[in-house]
Design a protein around this ligand. Sequence first.
Ligand code: Z5A
Length: 210
Amino acid sequence: MSARGVFISIEGGEGAGKSTVMTALGEALAASGRDVVPTREPGGTPEGEAIRSLLLDPGNHLLPETELLLMFASRAQLVRQVIAPALARGAAVLADRFTDASFAYQGGGRGLDTGCIADLERWAAGIKPDLTFLLDVGVAEGLARARSRGGEPDRIERERGDFFERVRATYLARAAAEPARFRVIDASQPAPDVRRAVLAALSDWLEANG
Ligand code: Z5A
């Protein structure tokens, strides 16, 4: 665990319900008197948001390597400008995605070399979450939820189902390899049940670590 604030990330595939869970965790941490700093990736800084537009614009034809480097470019800004200062002053940082997403999407989904991603993780991010919630839902169900929101799918949402199956499998493999950090939540449950499961896991974790 970090020596100062707490760093919590929320991960999952399309339509897993990260937004709902971010809100629930933020409210619970604020109610316990913590200064809560929510972030999102790619994005979270003015420069990172510009990189996000580049990454998600369906009109751009990015190579997998370019995509990976842009994810880490956004993350390098976010860590240094927002996350590290917040942790240093004792805040609880709630990250809507962090490095696990690069392993899942660019490693699992695109097939890029995991060793290169691990090198970037060490060099460009240099920090890992203390606790990671993986919201796990079947690909078809997650995509249906995401599509029910309407709007045009972004560049990555246009990928085929097998891409998202590899993303999901990579997330689950990472969670199995690091059980102390990950809490896998069954996100196919109704939203109030997901919320309850996440808050119970947070409370247990804070009792043991907080
Ligand atoms: N990406 C990457 O490739 N590599 C990286 O390193 C990083 C990211 C950091 C943008 O991320 C894209 O960048 C993303 C991964 C990639 N790719 N795609 N595609 P993002 O996090 O900003 O976007 P997203 O993953 O597309 O978010 P999302 O689809 O909005 O997912 P969500 O936040 O988990 O979903 P939600 O908005 O909370 O819920 C979706 C809908 O389902 C909504 O209508 C809810 O009301 C509904 N919902 C939520 N929970 C439930 C339950 N339990 N039951 C029924 N319905 C529910």
